[in-house]
Design a protein around this ligand. Structure first.
Ligand code: GDD
Ligand code: MG
Length: 350
């Protein structure tokens, strides 16, 4: 009864110029380990879930990239989106597709681009969540101990309980900085890891209540899923869906949200700075991936170049330097959030 849905439709703009619309970050070997992030995610789930029950939700444009990188997957496992509509529609589509095959299905939904260590602990947490959701009408999310007032995450306020799994009082997606600071200070909040577990029945019920139009749009295809009619139906209907994330659309509103606090080492690899934190560093806290770098009188830099590139960094502190083909980015680490806007300017200029 277990299924996984790996969401791999994002573009990862803050990792420009490495991550691009044509080749987003989940398909890159971000840490220089020999595997891309999506390959790592897929193999992690293979330890718990039958390979044929691991589905990949992604944009149609990335079909070939997925099939190349995950040669064990067949077309049946791919949910190909003809338009970018954020995570709610892709999750609803996957829930109907699984429901159609197995109405008792329990699914885990996970991003394709996170870094997770302590694999066994992660799998134990997922198994605990599966067991819970098999007999509770619950939307369960994994909760991470927050370390800073990051405004890019969902914040979860839960009720104290003896059990490891706790009832959620409030789910606040991407609060402003003031609120995030308040949440952090109170000590009663966890970050939403963006990894969800529920039965297909439970999530479909919540969509019916909180996003009824979207629910009907996808329900119309119930006879098409897992048949040769699926692609045509999706191509025609998907672009008509509202553009909203699961967090704003469902998690903030549903009454039956639960959280399992987890302790595995988690990093959402959202920016160059978060990648820097994960990489090995020299004694001056410099990190690099790709080329051969000599650092002189420099500290706290992250350098990513093409393999074999010889780079000398002299007298530079706290910078991101990224080279890809004919593009070079040099940006102070504390301005990394601006890379998203930079990509917009780049589109207009080049
Ligand atoms: N298939 C598909 N289609 N995948 C998508 C789409 C889409 O249209 N949009 C985004 N994704 C994928 C991304 O590739 C990523 O793996 C995942 O869905 C989450 O999307 P993000 O855009 O990265 O969300 P976020 O980081 O802003 O916020 C989410 O994750 C945080 C933790 O990293 C939320 O769930 C937050 O509450 C959470 O704290
Ligand atoms: Mg993210």
């Amino acid at each position: 009864n277990y299924y996984a849905v790996i969401m791999a439709g994002g573009v990862g703009t803050r990792f420009w110029p490495l991550s691009t619309q044509q080749f987003p970050k989940q398909f890159h070997d971000m840490l220089g380990t020999g595997e891309s992030l999506i390959q790592k995610t897929f193999h992690r789930f293979e330890n718990l879930i039958p390979t044929e029950n691991i589905l990949i939700a992604t944009n149609k444009n990335y079909e070939n990239l997925v099939l190349e990188q995950l040669p064990k997957t067949t077309k049946k496992q791919l949910l190909l989106e003809p338009a970018m509509r954020n995570t709610a529609p892709c999750i609803l589509y996957s829930a109907f597709k699984i429901f159609n095959e197995n109405p008792d299905g329990i699914m885990v939904v996970a991003p394709s681009d996170h870094w997770i260590e302590n694999e066994q602990e992660f799998l134990n947490n997922i198994q605990t969540s599966f067991d819970f959701c098999a007999d509770t009408d619950a939307l369960l999310t994994l909760g991470i101990q927050p370390t800073n007032p990051n405004t890019g995450y969902g914040y979860i306020n839960f009720t104290e309980a003896e059990n490891s799994i706790k009832k959620v009082k409030n789910f606040t997606e991407k609060p402003n900085l003031e609120k995030a600071k308040q949440f952090l200070k109170s000590g009663d909040y966890l970050w939403n890891a963006g990894i969800f577990v529920w039965s297909v029945k439970s999530i479909l019920n919540q969509f019916e209540t909180h996003l009824p139009e979207m629910y009907l749009l996808f329900k119309n295809g119930i006879t098409c899923y897992n048949s040769e009619k699926e692609e045509t139906f999706i191509d025609e209907s998907y672009p008509n869906s509202e553009n909203i994330s699961i967090d704003f659309g469902i998690m903030e509103k549903a009454p039956n949200v639960f959280v399992l606090p987890v302790n595995f080492d988690w990093n959402d690899l959202g920016t160059w700075g978060s990648l820097y934190n994960k990489l090995d560093k020299d004694k001056n806290e410099n990190a690099f991936v790709g080329g051969d770098v000599i650092f002189r009188d420099s500290k706290n830099n992250i350098i990513r170049t093409q393999p074999g590139k010889r780079v000398v960094i002299q007298g530079l502190n706290d910078f991101i330097v990224v080279e890809k083909e004919n593009v070079l980015l040099i940006c102070p680490k504390d301005k990394e959030q601006e890379i998203k806007q930079i990509t917009e300017e780049v589109k207009l200029k080049f």
